[in-house]
Design a protein around this ligand. Sequence first.
Ligand code: SAM
Length: 249
Amino acid sequence: AAGLYFVATPIGTARDITLRALDILASADVIAAEDTRNTRKLMDIHGIALGDRQLVSYHDHNGEKVRPKLIAAIEAGKSVAYASDAGTPLVADPGYGLMRGAIEADVLVTSAPGPSAVLAALTVAGLPNDRFTFAGFVPNAKGARRAFLSGIAKSDGTMIVFESPKRIKAMLEDLSDIVEPERQIAVARELTKRFEEVLRGTVSEVQALAEGRTFKGEMVVMLDKAPVGSATDEDVDAALKDALAEHSV
Ligand code: SAM
């Protein structure tokens, strides 16, 4: 049927794709992809021919130009499949503007759900999963990173963030100043790939596991919720200020 189909693709192992996702890639009138070569390769692996169908590049930099064409195609009765490079579209990946545009045009928007590094990581973290938050990529700049980490450290659920292996040690260093020594964390690396591993423990335990190693590939970092009743210096300052304000004459 005419509409916009968000297709989740593998995060490492090519066979991690649903049968329905393959059906959609095989039958969509137009295929839009963050990286057309990558999607082409995935289709080749699964024996899906492009034939005379259009394979369109769609990403953050050309979105504004390409979006109206894709929406017009849907309005003209075509089915458009959109796939990111890896994992679920829109999750720290392009596709938001396309989704908004399709909703505004009042056309069908649907998803072919599948892999995402967020849930794959949470599944093996060994941390509580009844309540969790995905907070995107950790900022690069030191000041912004520390502010970001202080913020997520106060969460009442497991926090999930993406971090580059180049900066993981600096991030752990910052975390060690910010969270209680007993706070549990997990670093999941290369999920579904050959060198998949999960480092679990307190920040200092994970730092010890990382000692002397240089990391490559892709990783997800997760942080257990703040202990119940924990208060940061800022919380204490704010409470003191409130109390003083109440009692002043
Ligand atoms: N939309 C994707 C998803 O749903 O999985 C996420 C895209 S984001 C641009 C890429 C980041 O996801 C990487 O930097 C890494 O943090 C994480 N990631 C992707 N694949 C991964 C894997 N196989 N193992 C660990 N982390 C992965």
